[in-house]
Design a protein around this ligand. Structure first.
Ligand code: ZN
Length: 157
């Protein structure tokens, strides 16, 4: 199953990163950021920072860095999809799933693209066929050069 980048961005935008992380570790406000003890290495003085505006966390102790999804997958030991689902649940969003109809539609579309490609190539070949030499010389005679013919994939019927 693939998740669209647009959905992931919407998920990030809907959630406040400090809420997501604050549910799992204790954070205190530090200016425009939040700080806490890093869950990814042992420490007594906080060097773990959360920036809601930039939507990422950073640890100056161990270099851990990432967004909400990166945090939950690592902290809760989840797969990518499980992490997306956990965040979507918190944001009150539905993870879009591909239905059998979506898959069938995509396959049909792929078939039509291939068909158009075949047809297009046939017309292109017609234009370059020696038996249609007159047509090609008419076209080039009108100032349509081979670069344009190739670029627009001109053909003849
Ligand atoms: Zn750390």
């Amino acid at each position: 199953m693939s998740i669209s980048p647009r959905f992931l961005q919407e998920l990030r935008d809907r959630l406040t990163l400090s809420d997501v992380i604050g549910k799992r570790i204790k954070l205190t406000r530090a200016g425009r950021e939040y700080k806490g003890c890093c869950p990814f290495h042992r420490e007594k003085t906080p060097s773990f920072y959360v920036n809601d505006e930039k939507q990422f966390f950073h640890c100056f102790g161990c270099g851990a860095h990432g967004d909400a999804l990166g945090f939950v997958t690592r902290h809760d030991n989840l797969s990518f999809i499980e992490g997306v689902e956990a965040l979507a649940a918190q944001a009150g969003m539905q993870v879009p799933k591909s239905t059998p109809q979506d898959i069938e539609h995509a396959q049909k579309e792929k078939g039509l693209h291939a068909l158009c490609e075949d047809a297009g190539r046939w017309f292109e070949n017609q234009l370059h066929d020696p038996k249609n030499r007159e047509v090609l010389s008419y076209v080039t005679g009108r100032g349509v050069g081979h670069d344009i013919i190739d670029a627009f994939r001109l053909g003849y019927a």
